[in-house]
Write a protein that binds this ligand. Structure first.
Ligand code: NAI
Ligand code: NA
Length: 400
């Protein structure tokens, strides 16, 4: 079997297991030589561990100096008649293999993180394999839907502006062109549902459940991820439905921070840089900004991918060599500082005002964007032989 990239709009329909393994290997080797996390946690639970920020957090925790034991939860598909399985499925497996080779415990649970069943599995696994204690809980889920536990129906998020329509351009990855996007403002119901899916309610429920189960170690920390952005992204993000959901997440962090004080615990939101992940390519209008941002940050030597962001976040913010967690005056951890620096944003503005459907490939970092997108699914690595057949039996034998 030869596996080729299949892209539909902004969705990748195939994943290359050997390339996923290579992506993990490269992230691990970065962490091994990076500025180390010297005060890291012993045991961590990562919700959303199989891709993007959650995966990078897990790799940095294990290989970036702290040798943290991790329990990872994710929603991924294994190989079947229908396809090769999702990239996250292989990321879980190859991460666990690498961690075990290094003598670092890693356990994967695959299932719906919104369900009561997986909460119980997490508690059982913590008790059986992690001394019934966890020192860090990272909440890094990105989903378009969440089941309403009361009715069994789904809340669906909408990525829309609030108050007025949004007009901009979006990169179609399949055809590699910029297309015009017009989005009507969200309804009250759409705002409400997006907050339900991407706000802090489920995070709070997880922490409540884990407190009840008495599996939080003294001094346990929890952290969720957010984005704020700048004037270029405000209309579609910060001032839109996603921004409302993130505002709710920030409030939840403050509420959890008080609640956790009883076990000496702490809760934070980390505001991160805009990066190319399975989730972020869905955000209409973000792609021209990312093309310009990557171009500028690479030219200035300030560019970070997911792994560099998470290593810096853990080593310099959440677990600094000495002293408390480093936050801004709103108690937010900021690793979007380089993205939002004035000279970066000025250069980005300059590029964006010149960018058209004709010149975006030259003006923006099109190669970097495409390569990051391909890498998410194990494609585009120059040292992987994509013509070499893979045996389906080999894939079926791999277990989370
Ligand atoms: P991603 O799509 O790469 O990762 C999402 C993870 O959630 C995957 O591991 C997936 O398996 C898991 N997941 C989704 N639904 C699940 C379910 N029902 N049960 C169990 N696991 C489930 O997304 P990304 O970008 O890493 O997003 C993580 C967080 O980071 C989000 O809160 C996002 O808003 C935030 N963030 C992302 C930025 C970006 O530029 N990508 C910037 C700043 C914040
Ligand atoms: Na450090």
């Amino acid at each position: 079997m030869i596996i080729k990239p299949m892209i539909q709009g902004v969705i990748a329909r195939s994943a290359h297991p050997h390339g996923c393994k290579e992506a993990i290997r490269r992230q691990i080797s970065y962490c091994r030589t990076a500025n180390p996390i010297s005060q890291g946690p012993k045991r961590a639970l990562i919700l959303g561990a199989s891709s993007g920020f959650g995966l990078a957090t897990r790799i940095a925790l294990a290989f970036g100096g702290a040798q943290t034991e991790t329990l990872g939860v994710s929603f991924e598909r294994g190989p079947s008649e229908k396809g090769t399985g999702s990239a996250g499925w292989y990321n879980n497996i190859y991460f666990r293999q690498a961690a075990e080779q290094a003598g670092i415990k890693a356990v994967n649970l695959v299932g719906d993180a919104f369900s009561p069943a997986i909460r119980q599995q997490v508690i059982d696994t913590l008790r059986a394999q992690f001394d019934g204690q966890v020192d860090l809980i990272v909440y890094s889920l990105a989903s378009g839907v969440r089941p309403d536990p009361a009715t069994g129906e789904f809340w669906r998020s909408s990525i829309k502006p609030i108050g007025k329509p949004y007009q901009g351009t979006t990169l179609d990855l399949e055809r590699q062109i910029l297309t015009e996007t017009i989005l009507p403002p969200a309804t009250e119901q759409e705002i409400h549902n997006t907050v339900k899916v991407m706000g802090g309610e489920d995070w709070a429920s997880w922490i409540e459940t884990l407190i009840q189960a008495d599996v939080l170690a003294p001094g346990c920390k929890t952290m969720a991820y957010s984005y704020i952005g700048s004037s270029h992204t405000n209309p579609i993000y910060h001032h839109g439905t996603l921004g409302r959901a993130k505002a709710h997440l920030h409030q939840t962090a403050d509420q959890l921070h008080q609640q956790l004080a009883t076990v000496g615990g702490e809760a934070y939101v980390a505001v991160c840089k805009a990066l190319i992940t399975k989730a972020s390519v869905f955000i209409p209008g973000l792609s021209p900004y990312l093309l310009a941002l990557f171009q500028v940050m690479k030219a200035k030597g300030l560019h970070e991918g997911c792994i560099e962001q998470m290593q810096r976040l853990l080593s310099h913010r959440l677990y600094p060599d000495s002293g408390p967690v480093i936050t801004d005056h709103q108690r937010l951890i900021r690793v979007d500082d380089w993205e939002l620096s004035e000279d970066v944003q000025q250069e980005v503005s300059r590029l964006l005002t010149q960018m058209t459907a004709k010149n975006f490939r030259e003006l923006g970092d099109m190669d970097g964007y495409l390569n990051d997108f391909l890498n998410l699914n194990g494609f585009g690595f120059d040292n992987i032989d994509y013509t070499r057949p893979i045996s389906p039996e080999e894939l079926v034998r791999l277990k989370p």
